[in-house]
Design a protein around this ligand. Structure first.
Ligand SMILES: [Zn+2]
Length: 316
């Protein structure tokens, strides 16, 4: 039973004009494919969340989705809600903002979004906002990365406020300076909800060894991203094999142990390999890990226990 730390299904449903409750071969995530994939809970991103308008629209889409009974979704605000999902055969959905650009600097909107169920936030979606600096990664234009700017003073306060309220801070999409500023400020576990290993695939969205160690030291976790360009430097979607995904898992496990690796597929937000072509393919990957060195206890940690531990420590 899997918790997926990052999906862009909210965004994809609108873009692709399909229904969550109807099985489709468009995109990657819907109710039926989540069930086939044995995914019982996922983080649903409001994407992008760069401005107040993005957030108003995204939160409206979120409530339309969870209020529709046909979708069999239960909003997860507490760890107990996760158990309710299992008992009632519902899909658990965690409200996540992919970016903080629409939050005001006195955190009044943040507090209200917490009341509406916001439980996880990325401080930037690869852009520069009043709190943080993202890793801009327009590879084609060769756009330069913002190296010098990290968190602003208000951004540092934002991390404290997230800790106080009980919202998980997500460092995927931050540049290195912002990343280290978050590490300095946080007193709670953090996540990189959808990022991989830089030593294996040299992409600015991936994590260097010191960053992986620092996330582990907060007792946080890293969600394995299935995006082709974060998995391999040169293989295409039809060339990437399960072994290529496992390499990232192995690397993190060797560096910091089994307690800091999870899944954060980026389904419906990225081009993914054919071997895991939509969310119903999770069991294929899990079986592969099981036949190649991971025991049941390890797999439970990767599938859900590591995320559950972070939720228990950060949420109240
Ligand atoms: Zn993303």
């Amino acid at each position: 039973m899997i918790i997926d730390g990052h999906t862009d299904v909210l965004w994809a449903l609108t873009r692709e004009n399909r229904k969550f409750s109807e099985e489709s071969d468009i995109g990657h995530v819907d109710l039926h494919r989540l069930r086939k994939g044995r995914v019982f809970a996922a983080f649903f991103a409001v994407f992008p969340a760069r401005s107040d308008f993005d957030i108003y629209r995204g939160v409206d889409q979120w409530f339309s989705l969870i209020e529709d009974q046909d979708n069999s979704i239960l909003q997860v605000k507490t760890v107990e809600d996760i158990n309710k999902c299992k008992m009632n055969d519902k899909i658990g959905a965690v409200l996540h903002f992919e970016g903080s650009g629409g939050i005001d600097s006195e955190f009044l909107t943040l507090k209200n979004y917490y009341r509406l169920g916001l439980r996880s936030i990325g401080l930037s979606w690869s852009n520069v906002n009043r709190f943080a600096t993202g890793v801009t990664f327009n590879m084609l234009s060769g756009e330069s990365f913002e190296q010098e700017r990290g968190l602003t003073d208000t951004g540092k306060e934002l991390v404290k406020e997230l800790n106080n309220l009980g919202i998980i801070a997500d460092v995927s999409h931050l540049n290195e300076k912002s990343f280290w500023d978050v590490i300095d400020q946080t007193s709670k576990p953090i996540i990189a909800s959808h990022s991989n290993v830089y030593a294996i695939c040299n992409h600015p969205r991936n994590l260097k060894d010191e960053q992986i160690r620092a996330i582990a030291e907060t007792n946080g976790t890293i969600g394995l991203n299935f995006c082709v360009s974060f998995l391999s430097d040169n293989k295409k979607k039809d060339q990437i094999q399960l072994e290529d995904l496992k390499k990232h898992v192995d690397y993190i496990v060797e560096l910091v142990g089994i307690d800091h690796i999870s899944f954060g597929s980026d389904y419906d937000g990225a081009t993914v390999p054919d071997v895991v072509k939509d969310v119903s393919y999770y069991p294929v990957l899990v079986d592969y890990l099981e036949t190649n060195g991971y025991n049941k206890e390890d797999l439970q940690k990767i599938e859900s226990q590591n995320f559950l531990r972070v939720m228990k420590e950060v949420w109240k």
